[in-house]
Ligand binder design. Structure first.
Ligand code: DGY
Length: 323
């Protein structure tokens, strides 16, 4: 009977779903498996329920003899070499859609926290420094009526734009493909060049996948184009931003502030970011509502179960392998 490896702790209902029909080797820890451990434990398994901390490059995939499906518990799948998986006949699935609204909520939370200096305000009150009302105490940037520039106008980018419209913001976007005319008119969104977006936006929010073309999409040159009052939000993937260049720009006040949920070498981050007051930091939790993370766990389990039952998994990323 087909066996499934779950590489790291997930919500229990996903494990229950799989153990009802298949033998499961469950690594129920927060540390998960090292690459050599994963390769070893995958022997004799036909499915792997993986997480974004599992780095499944071509070299690792070559050692996953007999594996038919990798079901990633994330919408992003830059941790898996999908073309290499396809070449080996391994299906790869992700968890799209279910985390769109939750991630957009969080991008907007970071935007507001960075604009209105919420972490600084919290620390100020906590440390007993609050002595009196002051005209410019922790004064920040207005959100209402400002211009929001969105890189990557897919599901999550559009969901962020919907929130922004509620604040009366103007929407610019940059994407390889124009949005449907009805989306543009619903959101008053305008497709612009990268430079125009950077020059004209008060807030810039990143919603692109990590691809060779999006690595360091924002670096020193791009930060230099932004307004000195601008706020940068990254809930996409860390390497989309050159973190050293951003830390430097924040220190020199090239831009006003940033809200970051993702980093180039998670869980490490550029040491300067930890010393700056004008950055809001979060540990890759944009999709982390209880309901959404539960649903993501279930979707991955459903994808793995479908593949092992001879059905097409609902969220198959490489359908070409089915012919
Ligand atoms: C994803 O799904 O890709 C997020 O980064 C984690 O939810």
């Amino acid at each position: 009977m087909s066996k499934i490896l779950i590489t790291k702790r997930v919500y229990p209902e996903a494990v229950d779903l799989l153990t009802r029909s298949f033998p499961v080797d469950y690594e129920a820890t927060d540390a998960g498996l090292s690459t050599p451990q994963l390769i070893e434990r995958a022997r004799g398994c036909q499915a792997i329920v993986s997480q974004l901390t599992d780095k499944l490059g071509a070299d690792v995939l070559a050692q996953l003899e007999g594996v038919k499906i990798i079901a990633n518990v994330a919408v992003g799948y830059d941790n898996i070499d999908v073309p290499a998986a396809t070449a080996r006949g391994i299906m790869v699935t992700n968890t799209p859609g279910v985390l769109t609204e939750t991630t957009a909520d969080f991008a907007f939370t970071l935007l507001m926290a960075a604009a209105r200096r919420i972490p600084e305000a919290h620390a100020f009150v906590h440390s007993g420094q609050w002595k009196t009302w002051l005209i410019d105490l922790l004064a920040g940037q207005d959100i209402h009526g400002a211009t929001l520039g969105i890189f990557g106008f897919g599901r999550i980018g559009i969901a962020v734009a919907r929130r922004a419209r509620g604040f009366g913001m103007n929407i610019l976007y940059c994407d390889a493909f124009p949005a449907a005319p009805e989306i543009e008119s619903e959101l008053g969104a305008r497709l612009v060049s990268k430079d125009e977006l950077l020059r004209s936006s008060d807030f810039v929010s990143l919603h692109v996948p990590l691809l060779p073309e999006t690595k360091h999409l924002i670096g020193a040159a791009e930060l230099a184009l932004m307004k000195p009052t601008a706020v940068l939000i990254n809930t996409a993937r860390g390497p989309v931003v050159d973190e050293a260049a951003l830390a430097d720009a924040l220190e020199r006040r090239v831009i006003w502030s940033a809200g970051l949920d993702v980093f180039e070498q998670e869980p490490a981050l550029h040491p300067k970011l930890l010393t700056l007051p004008n950055v809001v930091l979060a540990p890759h939790i944009a999709s982390a509502s209880i309901a959404t993370r539960r649903r993501m766990s279930m979707m991955a389990a459903e994808n793995a179960a479908a593949a092992l039952s001879g059905q097409r998994p609902p969220n198959l990323l490489n359908p070409e392998i089915l012919g």
